[in-house]
Design a protein around this ligand. Structure first.
Ligand SMILES: [Zn+2]
Length: 109
């Protein structure tokens, strides 16, 4: 799998999403283009997972966060370096640091 974090962008109005879409949610245009994000964003919300999925069982506890990317779309990711609610705040700057399977990994920046 290609390393990096990507979004889909509408060539007509500039709307972007970091999740799956077949058409622009703003103007309905199809044929969204895939663009690479720089990887920087801010924490929009988070939760600390003490009982993770099997794939991440050895890493618990860790934070799972919704990230507002600087390009204007949001995504979600796993933050293995954040182990308690005291280690993270809404608004913290984070950056994409890689992938494990389909999960995006973020670290505080
Ligand atoms: Zn559009």
């Amino acid at each position: 799998m290609e390393e990096g974090i990507f979004a889909l962008r509408c060539g007509k109005c500039g709307w972007m999403t970091a999740t799956y879409a077949v058409a622009c949610a703003s103007c309905g245009t199809g044929g969204l283009e895939r663009v690479r994000l720089k990887g920087d964003g801010r924490v929009l919300s988070f939760t600390i997972l003490n009982v993770p999925t099997e794939e991440f069982a050895q890493d618990a506890p860790y934070a799972y966060a919704v990230i507002d990317m600087n390009e204007g779309c949001s995504t979600s990711g796993w933050m293995p370096s954040v182990r308690s609610a005291g280690d993270i705040e809404v608004g913290d700057s984070v950056r994409f640091s890689g992938r494990r399977g389909r999960a995006s990994i973020f670290v505080k920046s």
